[in-house]
Ligand binder design. Structure first.
Ligand SMILES: CC(=O)SCCNC(=O)CCNC(=O)[C@H](O)C(C)(C)COP(=O)(O)OP(=O)(O)OC[C@H]1O[C@@H](n2cnc3c(N)ncnc32)[C@H](O)[C@@H]1OP(=O)(O)O
Length: 174
């Protein structure tokens, strides 16, 4: 039987201070630097779930809503939402905090997909991820549709095979 692990076991929290080397000429954190931090935090969550080497397979839509300023503290929280065979979806939330001003606001949210691989880079199966809280269950339930959407967009699945995604939009014909 496939091993099971609570999704909470993969929880990761990472905190970074925005320094001059991280910013653009407006003293805002650069998007690429933010993506780098998100990739690392999310990869650690996937590693904690799988106890394997993991590679980034895809990143869903990332929006940059509010600028993060030089001197802000960035907090990233990542957790596996669901595991499939070798792949895991990871949800990540990002907050920026201006400690002297006492303000904190959410800046980003994204879903990453990681694949566990062996020493030769071949995909390898991971434990099942078990959600426990209502929030974890909601993320788990939506993960299959999100997987189908990203695999269709990546040309790895035919839209006609994406049953749960089609049901969401009530698409009878494609
Ligand atoms: C260019 C860069 O720097 S990328 C950043 C770092 N990332 C990397 O280097 C990863 C490079 N890519 C790879 O090594 C391979 O494409 C892998 C390991 C991700 C997939 O290998 P493949 O030989 O295509 O394996 P396969 O078709 O069996 O798929 C394995 C899993 O990956 C998943 N997968 C593959 N591509 C994607 C994708 N674009 N989005 C989401 N999941 C994907 C599959 O759905 C499958 O999941 P499952 O086992 O849970 O069903």
């Amino acid at each position: 039987m496939r091993k099971q692990k609570p999704v909470a076991d993969s929880f990761v929290i990472m905190t970074e201070l925005v320094l001059p080397n991280d910013t653009n000429t407006l003293n805002n954190l650069m998007g690429g630097r933010m993506m780098h931090l998100m990739d690392i935090a999310a990869a650690i969550a996937a590693q904690k779930h799988s106890n394997r080497i993991v590679v980034t397979a895809s990143v869903d839509n990332v929006s940059f809503r509010d600028a993060i300023r030089l001197g802000n503290v960035v907090t990233l929280q990542a957790q596996v939402t669901r595991a499939f065979a070798s792949s895991m979806e990871v949800h990540i939330d990002v907050w920026a905090e201006d400690i002297p001003n006492g303000t904190k606001f959410k800046t980003n949210e994204a879903f990453f997909t990681f694949v566990a691989v062996d020493q030769s880079g071949r995909p390898i199966d991971v434990p099942e991820a078990v959600p426990e809280t209502p929030e974890e269950i909601a993320l788990y339930d939506g993960a299959l549709r999100r997987r189908q959407l990203r695999l269709v967009l990546a040309g790895r699945m035919k839209p006609t095979e994406a049953q749960e995604l089609r049901a969401l939009f009530d698409l009878k014909e494609l």
